[in-house]
Design a protein around this ligand. Sequence first.
Ligand code: CP
Ligand code: NVA
Length: 330
Amino acid sequence: MPKNLQGRNFLKLLDFTSDEIRYLLDLSKEFKRLKLTRTPHRYLEGRNIVLLFEKTSTRTRCSFEVAGRDLGMGVTYLDPGSSQMGKKESIEDTARVLGRMYDGIEYRGFAQSIVEEIANNAGVPVWNGLTTDFHPTQMLADALTIEENFGHLKGLKVVFMGDAGNNVGNSLMVICAKMGMNFVACGPKEQMPKAELVEQCREIAKENGCTITLTEDVKEGTANADVIYTDIWVSMGEPDDIWEKRISLLEPYRVTKEVMANANENAIFLHCLPSFHDTNTTIGADIAKKFGVTEMEVADEVFESKQSKVFDEAENRMHTIKAVMYATLK
Ligand code: CP
Ligand code: NVA
């Protein structure tokens, strides 16, 4: 059923009902169909959006840019360090200025409180393109990819391996609880989502007939899994000197061929990307030199396998971000 999300912010999935998330997923499918059939959909002609990035990006930035242009909008990109925000101008003032010029604002950066503050002052819809706590637009792409592979979401077992308390792990737990998927955080105690968020998600999960489980046991955690998901071991904004500790803490949670074999036969592998699955990056090469580790959160053979749907997932970022912008701006 169509939902009216006009004027709403998209800051975290906890703010949305299961029905509203369902609506955004269905809308994403329609936008994907329009894009793949090359059917013009310049429904927001004449509007303008600004993309405010305090951290680097490939997928999120390009998704907002392409989706914005496909919808007929003007798009301004402000890269890390090129606006006055935070240095010469407060977040509040920046939001009030941008809200006078643009119809919508995307923000990627640090604390969740920053994107909340922008939203409280902008007077136009604000979209969270990743904070330290959450990555909600990523989740719509992940749910769409899961649904494309299994035909449904309810009742599936989704396992996040490794740094489960990061923005992606937190958000995956929320969308699973909202959409009736059984979520397992499989990692060391030190890297689990915060107890308060786990409790909140358990309450939501109860209403939707699913479960939230935290485990350190890889065999038990990944048994009968439908989706195995992981993310990098050190997120943007974390100090470089944390790598050594993270590698020793998270190596047992690398997604290997054995992990995939322990999951269901038709299980899929997902990763928000970017990924350290080989040494073809400067950081990957540096880690290999320093610590002798040539693949990190996922083995290269899993990343490159048929079970890996990571590039469908990356493409789906664009269709789902388009749906979020259209629903909140139309
Ligand atoms: N998954 C994701 O958000 O990728 P980028 O950091 O490239 O935007
Ligand atoms: N957890 C990662 C996600 C990147 C898309 C980070 O914050 O760097």
